[in-house]
Write a protein that binds this ligand. Structure first.
Ligand code: SAH
Length: 358
């Protein structure tokens, strides 16, 4: 095998990102090269199944074709700006994109699960007051290729006999504000010829944008939907999730109900527990009222402190009481174990901490 040469950022900019190409795009390119169509499948198989990071590795392609591919395309377009590993096996990458900006993605090892958490935008426009990702607003949507590249970079960190099992779109950004590119990337993630991950093991997390939730339902793929609720009433949600002022909690809940009616996947609601803000008994009781008649799982996430923000972690006593009220009220609830706590693994924190550190 020839040694692989990492191209400089300069040469990469002028080449196209292979991961932005659809099957049809690559087939068209192959045709222009006078190549048979089956070469398309060979290239994808190298990239997705055999984890190739260079065209020179693609030993069943003619040398001249490998050369042509290398002239026109790059497989990986970004740079790894930082990588942190936690003692529980969690690995977090900060990816510097050639199109500008940085995003984070995470690999989590949990028993036999190999889950990844992927970003959909540089920054975020939703403005949730406790979240590091949106502190400077949104810069841009990620392309299909930039979303897929995060998945491939994380996959390549696994030994050859291990496969990715789950994907959560819970990194930086609001996936439903970039739905076309997110769906295009997930199409490849779920394809047998792609990463081969069942859509039942793929979760899209959203702040709750009803028209986009309806579009997702219409796509008719059994992805899991997670709705970031964070408050049991309109006034508090308006405060914590500012986009709610335009949308309204009822509209979010109704859209979530329609998603469940359309594809039958049990909904998840996420609730970040902020000490002294949304963790009291009244909140827990209101949540019970809201959720007990719904077929949902409530995922309670203790706040992961963000430097410079005034919020506090909930106390152990508050967590225990909150849990007790929900369980007694008949709500299916999971208290998320914090993974990767020691490595800035909450949304947007690695990028933020590097920016503020200069
Ligand atoms: N925009 C999407 C997906 C990205 S955030 C959404 O809102 O769902 C993924 C989850 O992490 C959301 O529930 C978000 O509210 C939560 N989160 C963000 N910052 C956090 C923090 N500092 N501590 C705990 N959870 C956080």
């Amino acid at each position: 095998m020839l040694p692989t040469v990492t191209p400089s950022a300069q040469t990469r900019v002028s080449k196209r990102h292979l991961l932005d190409l659809t099957d049809a795009d690559l087939a068209e390119w192959m045709k222009q090269q006078g190549q048979p169509k089956f070469r398309v499948g060979q290239v994808w198989s190298w990239v997705f199944q055999r984890r190739a990071d260079s065209f020179q590795m693609m030993s069943n392609l003619p040398a001249a074709l490998r050369q042509r591919l290398e002239e026109d395309f790059v497989i990986f377009q970004a740079d790894e700006a930082a990588c942190q590993t936690s003692s529980d096996g969690t690995e977090k990458l900060l990816v510097r994109l050639s199109g500008g900006g940085e995003v984070e993605c995470v690999l989590l090892r949990d028993g036999i699960r190999r889950s990844i958490c992927v970003s959909s935008q540089v920054g975020c426009a939703m403005g949730c007051v406790f979240c590091a990702s949106g502190l400077d607003g949104v810069e841009r949507n990620l392309t299909r290729g930039e979303i897929l590249e995060q998945m491939l970079r994380l996959q390549s960190r696994l030994p050859e006999d291990e496969r990715l099992s789950h994907i959560v779109m819970m990194g930086m950004g609001e996936p439903l504000a970039n739905l076309n590119n997110v769906l295009a990337a997930l199409d490849v993630a779920k394809a047998e010829k792609g990463l081969g991950i069942s859509p039942r093991r793929i979760t899209i997390s959203t702040v709750g944008l009803p028209p986009a939730i309806d579009r997702l339902a219409a796509a008719d793929v059994p992805f899991n939907l997670a709705v970031s609720l964070h408050a049991p009433n309109e006034a508090l949600r308006n405060e914590l999730v500012p986009v709610n002022r335009k949308v309204g909690m009822d509209a979010v809940l109704q859209a979530a109900d329609r998603y469940f009616a359309a594809n039958g996947r049990r909904l998840t609601f996420e609730y970040v527990l902020l000490g002294g803000v949304n963790d009291d008994e009244t909140c827990a009781r209101q949540l019970v009222k809201l959720l007990k008649s719904r077929n949902v799982m409530l995922n309670v996430i203790p706040y992961n402190p963000v430097a410079g923000l005034p919020y506090l972690e909930p106390t152990k006593t508050a967590i225990a009481k909150f849990r007790q009220i929900l369980e007694q009220g008949g709500v299916t609830v999971k208290f998320r174990q914090r993974k990767g706590g020691e490595i800035d693994a909450a949304c947007g924190q690695l990028r933020r901490n590097r920016q503020t550190a200069g």
